[in-house]
Design a protein around this ligand. Sequence first.
Ligand SMILES: [Zn+2]
Ligand SMILES: [Zn+2]
Length: 143
Amino acid sequence: MKREPKKLDRYFFEYTTHAAKSTVDEAIQRAKAVENDTDKERRLKVHECCACFYLRSKIGGAAMTMQPCASCNVDQMYGSTCTDVLCLACAQKYSLCKHCGGDLGMRIGRRVYPISDVPSEQPKPAGTGVFLLPLKKDHEGQK
Ligand SMILES: [Zn+2]
Ligand SMILES: [Zn+2]
């Protein structure tokens, strides 16, 4: 493949300069939004961590997609291939991000996760309830 060189006229320079400035401005706005959690109410309503809510693009392929919740195994229907790890009820129950499954508050020091006791290679039987362990308070189970 061979491309033609860009035509360096006034329009080119103004367009590329504006595009660069918009990219930087948008990055700063997003950084401020995530730092200040500016839309916290709506974020908690959809039960997503700050990364998923403010920063991760959720553009998926245009195909209705069915995926079971990783915890309760109940089928969830999505309008695109951009699916969530958990259903809303399980995300709320275990204080996890519905979309990525990480801790809702991005607490990297969280000691207790609701870990499935079913090895991940084994398919979960359909419709047999919750496989995640009950969520304990973080101070429990330490030491
Ligand atoms: Zn679920
Ligand atoms: Zn997330």
